[in-house]
Write a protein that binds this ligand. Structure first.
Ligand code: GLN
Length: 233
């Protein structure tokens, strides 16, 4: 399983979110603390963010090399700041291509989306526009085509159709951050300057809380709601 992270709040640099925390995505790429599937996340990384200037279109930087090997990113990341970020490090599922286009975050031109998990794509509604043949890219295209606002409903449907699926999603559009838990961990740190959602805590701040499995987190306008998703286990 990959590890992902979302931020919505006051502008923060990609370095502060991904590289500097003692157990941030950089360390999670080789030594995750809570990963249940896979030992490390060396099959690429990606970061997407929205311009502070106010464009609706996200910027993305994705790569198929391990985050720890990307020295150019380490140099530039302190200078890239945003109020809304989705980033991930990848552990490719067996059989999936290792290429930048298979690496989260995916986009439809407005939303950024990361999938932590695995899904049998034969249960997904047919839709065009997937960035890669990777299961996560096809799932992202399905979510975009249905509408990210209906994320919870689609996850319940897909989870029922593929009981072995793990469907932890993280999505953002610049003013809203959404996440699901379905088969893997997610933690939240809601501070005075914003909210972080992450597959696992990036430090030992006691304010981190764990989101229960099969829940939807919806953050916008300074408010965060956590609601149970339907579907029994
Ligand atoms: N199935 C996705 C991939 O192959 C995500 C894998 C994961 O969460 N580790 O990239």
């Amino acid at each position: 399983m990959c590890r992902h992270l979302g931020w919505l709040g006051k502008p923060r640099s990609l370095a502060a979110l991904m590289l500097e925390p003692p157990h941030g995505l950089l360390v999670q790429s080789y030594a995750p603390r809570r990963q249940q599937h896979g030992l490390l996340n060396a099959d690429g990384w990606g970061a997407g963010f929205y311009d502070i200037a106010g464009s609706d279109e996200p910027r993305r930087w994705r790569s198929a090399v391990p985050l720890w090997g990307d020295t150019s990113f380490a140099s530039v990341a302190p200078a890239l700041s945003s109020h809304c970020v989705v980033a991930a490090v990848r552990s490719a599922t067996v059989g999936m291509p290792i290429e930048a286009s298979a690496t989260a975050p995916f986009t439809d031109g407005t939303w950024l989306l990361s999938h932590n998990g695995v899904v049998d794509t034969s249960v997904l509604p047919t839709c065009a526009g997937a960035e890669s043949v990777c299961d996560s890219a096809i799932l992202a295209a399905s979510i975009f085509s249905r509408g990210v606002e209906s994320l919870g409903e689609l996850i319940v449907e897909v989870g029922a159709a593929d009981p072995r699926a793990r469907l932890n999603i993280l999505a953002a559009n610049g003013s809203r951050l959404l996440a699901t838990t379905w088969g893997d961990t997610l933690s939240m740190l809601h501070g005075s300057d914003g909210v972080v959602l992450a597959s696992e805590p990036y430090d030992d701040d006691p304010r981190w809380i764990d989101i229960p499995d099969r829940h939807l987190v919806d953050a916008h306008g300074g408010e965060v709601s956590v609601t149970a998703l339907g579907g029994s286990r």
